[in-house]
Design a protein around this ligand. Sequence first.
Ligand SMILES: *Cc1c(COP(=O)(O)O)cnc(C)c1O
Length: 417
Amino acid sequence: MNFQTTEEFAKQLDRKDPLRKYRSRFHIPHRDDKDVIYFCGNSLGLMPKTTEEYLNRELAVWKQDGVLGNHTRWEPYHEHVTESTARLVGAQPSEVVVMNALTVNIHLLLVSFYQPTEDRFKIIIEKGAFPSDRYAVESQIKFHGFDPDNALVELEPRSGERCLRTNDILNTLRENENTVATIMIGGVNYYTGQAFDMGKITETGRECGAKVGFDLAHAVGNLPLSLHEWGMDFAAWCSYKYLCAGPGSPGGIFVHERHGSWDGPRFNGWWGHDKNTRFNMDPDFISTKGAEGWQISNAPILGLACLRSSMEIINDIGMLALRIKSEELTAYMEYLLNQLGDSLKIITPSDPAQRGCQLSVVMNNSGKQVFEKLKVKNVICDWREPDVIRLAPKPLYNSFSEVYQFVEILRSILQTR
Ligand SMILES: *Cc1c(COP(=O)(O)O)cnc(C)c1O
């Protein structure tokens, strides 16, 4: 794609954007009567205008009918998002379920997919993984009586580099092939924005005899995924980032079909019980098949209602169309940022296959001050210690003109430093 530096060119890209009408389906935060430029959809996606209606419908049932809502409506409520979720992540409906919060789900999946033995006890993660993931795997290792000092292997970029090379990842897996129990990596790293080759990592990991899982918090709704085909054992994600389901709304899990009739270790609860006989309230646990067997508690209906509203929009567009715009929007931002010369450096890979929508930018000197000034100018992005500004132009609602305006604001900030 050949980009140009003019404002008119940004407007032209917007006019040609087949997804431009979707922006009006979201509430865009504003300040001083002006829309802010919101590049923080990787932390909390914006609210669809239909969300209140979806939520109010469930509140009205509760208000009107009390517990009767359980029987008439809510018991199978999570199933409303099963098919759209499966399509979004490239899975079969029986391989996914929406439940709980992300870190909770990581623990529940590790109960099943991290079963260390004397010989095979290591977990491989990426260094610089989201802290919660690291806390989770470290505590799992300790829970099983092993020592993170030798059981936790962290994939580290080469010295002087910020991102991991696929071959280095695969080599580390092979070096640990007799001792690795589980691999759990982010699909897209939250800090650098690097997307990993999930197919290759899964293939090599499984050849090494490990269970392979991914944290897809920054991948789901950002990249097209083929979880079933890639063959990973498990995955988990949250819905409030790229899926716009609102703060604390429930996450999702994937468990590959080959584990569909699971009889290994798992923490059980009544919602994982065979649905046909769940309400017989028998003391014996009879598992439902597929990913739903990992459910423990009854579902958070209000969060699910919010998720339904946003999944309807995402479904309407489809992940492939989203990705086409996303690649162009991010490449355009990259192009304009590169015009600003060496006052900043993009650490996210420039290869579109190795990133989603996010660009992570290191400002030479005073990055924090630049970030604060952006905030004053109504640009919402985020700052991650020690030196990174994360920018996530999202194809659902961000425009090319916003990217243009943002870079102009940044240019003026850099000039007046
Ligand atoms: C956002 C995020 C989390 C947050 O976990 P919660 O349990 O939803 O609070 C965890 N891991 C990664 C990789 C994330 O990006």
